[in-house]
Ligand binder design. Structure first.
Ligand code: ADP
Length: 322
């Protein structure tokens, strides 16, 4: 890989000169049209190459006709993933697949894998790939996920998990990363409670249960103590850059195959979007959102990105790529 990078001049790889993308393709990447950054970005894009090569255009068109949305969401413990997943699945009808929930179900089943998984979860460590990867792959392969699209929560947490899933042919359209300061996260985790009857999540201080009856039956996740939350946070911080760098690997691989690759990034207040594209992977967009904002504000950012993406996928081939 390193040899590959060195052998190609980065500016040539990332920004081959002077071919403008179509207006439709340009606008499809604008998530916040009124900001200075977006204008800057528009200029960057308009100096960039045609976003897709003719050969790749055919591949995208095919994918758009047949494939529903495929989203990955990542964030530290209590960063608001659960809340955002609920809002996303409610609006977009995606199948929510949480690696943590799959593992907890495995523990509840009493299986050997569940027993082993719990040992790692109690230490706030990643459960080994040989348990997690097939579990997630099997769930993604089920008919509902294939038909309705999926929202994969808490996976991948390492580049090896990302690579494994890619090997099975699962690539996301969008990668969402929720970022929240650590002190807030710990407070959120320690006060978090679950109502086992309704599945609703409460916080003892910020969203307390409505009645005494509910309060009496609330449970706490075994790994939601301060000590374990700190360990999970440490693991998350160690792994997140690894996962994000997985997209760099993809871009590097593109030059291995002598394909076009395309990459730019920009920031709009709390939202950062990176777009990388190559012939092998289609378009992957990473949005980093500061989860300290209200859940409505965070969702508004995600919603904008998803609507744009969906529109792009559903566009007639002629309007998207002409
Ligand atoms: N993709 C994964 N790979 C390995 N272990 C995982 C994965 N997802 C979840 N786990 C394990 O399950 C635990 C709980 O995960 P989750 O329910 O997503 O909560 P959190 O994100 O708050 O840690 C993690 O601390 C980890 O031990």
């Amino acid at each position: 890989m390193a040899g590959c990078v060195n052998s190609i001049s980065p500016p040539v790889t990332l920004y081959p000169p002077r071919v403008s993308p179509s207006p439709a393709a340009r606008s499809s990447f604008l998530f916040s049209g009124d900001s200075v950054h977006s204008l800057y970005r528009l200029r960057r894009v308009s100096r960039s190459p045609s976003i897709v090569s003719p050969k790749f255009q055919k591949q995208i068109v095919t994918a758009e006709k047949t494939e529903p949305l495929k989203i990955m969401i990542s964030g530290a413990p209590a960063s608001g993933k659960g809340t955002q997943c609920e809002l996303i699945t409610h609006k977009y009808g995606l199948v929510h697949i949480s690696a943590g929930d799959l593992l907890r179900a495995e523990i509840a089943s009493g299986s050997e894998n569940g027993r082993r998984a719990k040992e790692y979860m109690e230490k706030g460590q990643l459960v080994p790939d040989e348990i997690v990867v097939m579990m997630v792959k099997d769930r993604l392969s089920q008919t509902d996920s294939k038909q309705n699209g999926w929202l994969l929560d808490g996976y991948p947490r390492s580049s090896s998990q990302a690579t494994a899933l890619k090997g099975f042919g699962f690539q996301p359209d969008l990668f969402i990363l929720l970022e929240v300061p650590e002190d807030i996260l710990i407070e959120r985790v320690v006060g978090r409670r679950l109502d086992p009857v309704t599945g609703k999540i409460y916080h003892l201080k910020y969203s307390p249960p409505e009645t005494e009856e509910i309060a009496a039956r609330l449970t706490q996740r075994f790994d939601d103590t301060e000590e374990k939350a700190k360990l999970r946070l440490k693991t998350h911080n160690q792994n997140v850059s690894d996962v994000l760098s997985m997209y760099d690997d993809i871009t590097i691989k593109a030059c291995d195959f002598h394909l076009h690759s395309f990459h730019f990034s920009f920031a709009v207040s709390s939202l950062t979007i990176y777009v990388k594209q190559n012939e092998e992977t289609s378009v992957i967009i990473i949005i980093q959102i500061k989860g300290t904002r209200s859940k409505e504000e965070v969702f508004a950012h995600i919603d904008t990105a998803l609507s744009e993406l969906l529109q792009q996928k559903n566009s007639a081939p002629s309007s998207l790529l002409s």
